[in-house]
Design a protein around this ligand. Structure first.
Ligand code: C2O
Ligand code: CU
Length: 552
């Protein structure tokens, strides 16, 4: 049976926002890019044409791609970039996911503008586990830099300083009317009283967890990361970069105009202040008549303050899988592989003979997992997957440490200098097929600590536990939720806290794991899993497609 094709043409396109014009990298000239509509269990081909002057790769975030890492997308991990003029027909295999996911570029910082929604409908004949909404709306939260994002990235890697802060957050590409020159750049959602809307929320921002709320309306969370959850009502949501959340909005308030607002949650260094709010407008209409605001501007929701850590964890901790007959959970109970990885922001000496221009003297920012700062393969001609598949040595080593170099109080205010300076390497962790893995991700207090939205490619996982402070292996497992934990592909490790996730390695291949804060992954907060083939042919990687982008 022939697969449906989508056409993605990566090209520059001019956009003007916040009174300033520039060219950005887009797919099909759109920002945000086109939405893919698929059915659970379907495979599609996305023909990605690179008509830009810039190398690019595309990743299908949260799509597990069973036995087929070839089109997963992270540059230097599973492929070399599609070069200008090139075409890569990427097969995207939807198996167990249902709900909302997204796609984005996965090379340098190009995902800032190259991203879009993926809507995965139930199989024919199946319905949502909640009343059918009257309308569905992808809601993509993003960020806008007036300067070229290529320059933001180059500055980040060359100066040793933190990344330039964006000029605004965006909702469906628009900064909103609280920003100067942005009145006409405000996303508006028209609703009719009495109807229900499914908002498919995606945090595509580069740098921060975001709070989101709609004035005077509650939201009912029904799904996250391509999986449903038991419905619960909230006044606001917190969504991490990489995460998606399906929420129902009932248009049940007086006919009027209401702001939908998003703003950053950030505990890091207080570098961002409480002025990041971006807005869209929910406007009631009657027939074709849009009801004007009863006050001078639309009603404004209240959002938690920018450093309100308790509010930031308050949403994910309420999420429970449906765990019913139609949506069973499969949490591994007997663990074969216990892993404990720290996630830290550190510093490293500036490269020999250079002086960093950042605030850290002779040091630059770095980031690490178990004190290894991940380095992409240094040779532009190869990536980890192709090296692994073809037995090419010297590209990576299999020595990713199982535990951090010191086991002690990770959240104390004065951490060992040993932990401050990571090694820099391309290390992978090899897992047998069928392993049942528990991975505890422990935040550290290095450079004051912050939250880290950690994302795993190739496998979704159950979030079975979390806490502030140090993980206690003798105590904390007794509080795990092994009954109906949420099934995620991205989970935020709380500031100076930990999360425990479980998954079974059912997907042979090379799978990246990293923080979805873009500056952190650029600094090395990443590692790579290799999941070996199983014994049966159905547990083994499929061969590569003939049009894999050629390296160099
Ligand atoms: Cu959403 Cu490795 O990425
Ligand atoms: Cu991080």
């Amino acid at each position: 049976q022939a697969l449906r094709h989508y056409k993605f043409v990566v090209r520059d396109a001019p956009f003007t926002k916040l009174c300033s014009a520039k060219n950005i990298l887009t797919v099909n000239g759109e920002f945000p890019g086109p939405t893919l509509y698929v059915t659970k269990g379907e495979s599609i081909i996305v023909d990605v044409y690179n008509r830009a002057n810039y190398n690019i790769t595309i990743h299908w975030h949260g799509v597990n791609q069973p036995r087929y890492p070839w089109s997963d997308g992270p540059e230097f991990i599973t492929q070399c970039a599609i070069q200008p003029g090139g075409l890569f027909s990427q097969k995207v295999i939807f198996s167990e996911e249902e709900g909302t996911l997204w796609w984005h570029a996965h090379s340098d910082w190009s995902r800032a503008t190259v991203h879009g929604a993926i809507v995965i409908k139930p199989k024919p004949g199946n319905t949502y586990p909640f009343p059918k909404p009257d309308r569905e709306v992808p809601m993509i939260l993003g960020e806008w830099w007036k300067q070229d994002v290529v320059k933001v990235f180059d500055d980040l890697v060359s100066t040793g300083a933190d990344a330039a802060i964006s000029d605004s957050y965006t909702i469906n590409g628009q900064p909103g009317d609280l920003h100067p020159c942005s009145a006409n750049e405000t996303f508006k959602l028209n609703v009719e009283h009495g109807k229900t809307y499914l908002l498919r929320m995606i945090n595509a921002a580069m740098q921060d967890l975001l709070f989101f709320a709609i004035a005077k309306h509650q939201l009912t969370v029904v799904g996250s990361d391509g999986s449903y959850v038991k419905p619960f009502k909230v006044d606001y949501i917190t969504i991490s970069p990489g995460q998606t959340m399906d929420v129902l909005l009932e248009a049940n308030q007086p006919l009027d105009q209401y702001y939908m607002a998003a703003k950053a949650y950030s505990s890091a260094f207080n570098v961002r202040f409480d002025n990041t709010t971006t807005t869209a407008i929910l406007q009631y209409k009657k027939g074709n008549y849009i009801i004007p605001s009863s006050i001078s501007t639309p009603h404004m929701p209240s959002l938690p303050s920018f450093n309100d850590t308790n509010s930031s964890v308050n949403i994910i901790t309420q999420m429970r899988s449906l765990a019913d007959e139609a949506h069973p959970v499969d949490v591994p109970l007997n663990i074969t592989t216990n892993l404990f990885y720290t996630v830290s922001v550190n510093s490293l000496p500036c490269p020999n003979g250079t002086i960093c221009k950042g605030p850290r003297g002779n040091n630059r920012f770095a980031a690490s997992m178990n004190n290894v700062s991940f380095q992409l393969p240094q040779n532009n001609n190869i990536n980890i997957l192709q090296a692994y598949y073809n037995n090419i040595s010297g590209v990576f080593s299999e020595n990713f440490p199982d535990v951090p170099p010191l086991l002690f109080d990770f959240t104390a205010s004065n951490l060992s200098t040993f932990l401050r300076t990571p090694s820099v390497d391309t290390e992978v962790k090899v897992l047998e097929y069928g392993s049942t893995v528990e991975l505890v991700l422990q935040g550290t207090n290095l450079l004051a600590g912050t939250e880290h939205p950690m994302h795993l490619h190739g496998h979704s996982f159950y979030v079975v536990g979390w806490g502030f402070g140090n993980y206690n292996k003798d105590k904390d497992p007794f509080n795990y939720n092994l009954v109906d934990p949420p099934y995620q592909n991205t989970v935020a490790v709380p500031k100076n806290g930990w999360v425990a996730i479980r998954f079974q390695t059912k997907n042979p291949g090379v799978w990246f794991m990293h923080c979805h804060l873009e500056r952190h992954v650029s600094w090395g907060m990443a590692m790579t899993f290799i999941v070996k083939n199983g014994n049966n042919p159905g547990q083994q990687m499929l061969p590569p497609p003939p049009d894999m982008p050629r390296c160099n």
